[in-house]
Design a protein around this ligand. Structure first.
Ligand code: PEP
Ligand code: MN
Length: 346
């Protein structure tokens, strides 16, 4: 339930609404905005007496949030959420942010090399898994804490922000210590203990769509993060299971505008996992930006043939450069642009 305030309402009116909601036994969350200020009532069990709130000074109206996900919905917050990272990259505004890097951190040389290359081509966020979820227990599962240290070194050397995955509740803390964004992987979309822990970390979180998850299930999973008081959440479409095996997954491009209609959270597209096939990554990156994605996550490796994971879908650095030119042109056609590049030569 949402208590929408009049334009003329003052801070004391908002405080009175908050106090009244708390006195009724519910949690209250003020939602300031450019267009309107509202106060969200959290935990509505259907027994809220809305008349009590409607009668308070400064209240315009009390509206029910009809969606099962509440704080994630556009009903709750009509303005787009914009998440700003320490290096100045904004996700969710007018500029399309680019996250690029290898599937996994493999060595200091590998991560520093690719970090410099993608930074010089306009990426502002470095991806790289230190804790890797692998389909086979015998596959390379990442360098762990050592990988996190190498990512921190790459940030220091390049100015790139870091996104890396927390695989389980225990890894949230070490990941949160170094990452600018915590990634929750597709296989963990409904790991509710992990979601709660990531929500409590205070760090921005990117929640990937489970490979068989409906959009409603995905948004409800995101609600777990916001329910912990973390508003800096972005959603990542990374492809769903399909009946066809020409590609690894089916990148659901429609999910981008669908999510933007249902939610105020930024949407990231991952054409690397979304296709699993190198030659299909650039076309789907172009399509994702055309469809309105707020950011792209793309796997790039200095030498994909030697990659310890996901080499077949990793771009060569020069292909990444080509992609950047093309998605930049598409962004500008639709009135956007790519994030402001970081200064080179750091
Ligand atoms: C990844 O980003 O490398 C990854 C494992 O992604 P997903 O969870 O989408 O499979
Ligand atoms: Mn990968």
């Amino acid at each position: 339930m949402l208590v929408v305030m009049k334009h003329t309402a003052g801070p004391e009116d908002v405080d009175r609404v908050v106090d009244t909601i708390r006195a009724m036994g519910y949690d209250a969350r003020p939602i300031p905005g450019h267009q309107r200020t509202a106060v969200g009532l959290i935990g509505n069990d259907g027994r809220v007496d809305s008349a009590r709130l409607e009668g308070l000074p400064g209240v315009l109206e009390v509206i029910a949030v009809t969606k099962p996900y509440k704080q994630v919905s556009r009903e709750w917050r009509s303005e787009d959420t914009v998440i700003t990272l320490a290096n100045g990259t904004a996700i969710g505004g007018n500029r399309v942010a680019i996250m690029a890097g290898p599937c996994a951190v493999e060595s200091e040389g590998q991560i520093l090399d690719i970090a410099h290359q993608v930074r010089d081509m306009g990426a502002t966020i470095l991806r790289g898994g230190a804790f890797k979820p692998r389909t086979s227990p015998y596959a390379f599962s990442g360098l762990g804490v050592k990988g996190l240290e190498l990512l921190a070194r790459a940030r220091e050397a390049t100015g790139l922000a870091i996104i890396t995955e927390a695989l389980d509740p225990e890894s949230v803390e070490p990941v949160a210590e170094i990452a600018d964004i915590i990634q929750i992987g597709a296989r963990n979309m409904q790991n509710y203990t992990l979601l709660r822990r990531a929500g409590q970390s205070g760090k921005p979180v990117m929640l990937k769509r489970g490979m068989s998850a409906t959009i409603t299930e995905w948004l409800l999973a995101a609600e777990y993060l916001l329910a912990e008081g973390n508003d800096n959440v972005m959603l990542c479409e990374r492809g769903v299971r399909s009946f066809d095996n020409q590609t690894r997954n089916l990148l659901d491009l429609t999910a981008i505008p669908v999510i933007q209609g249902l939610s105020h959270l930024p949407v990231v597209a991952d054409p690397s996992h979304g296709t699993g096939v190198r030659s299909k990554v650039i076309p789907m990156a172009r399509a994702s930006v055309a469809a309105g994605a707020d950011a792209l996550m793309v796997e790039v490796h200095p030498d994909p043939a030697l990659a310890l994971s996901d080499g077949a879908q990793s771009l060569y650095p020069e292909q990444f450069g080509e992609m950047m030119e093309q998605v930049g042109a598409i962004a500008r056609i639709i009135g956007r642009d790519l994030s402001v590049p970081l200064p080179a030569g750091v």
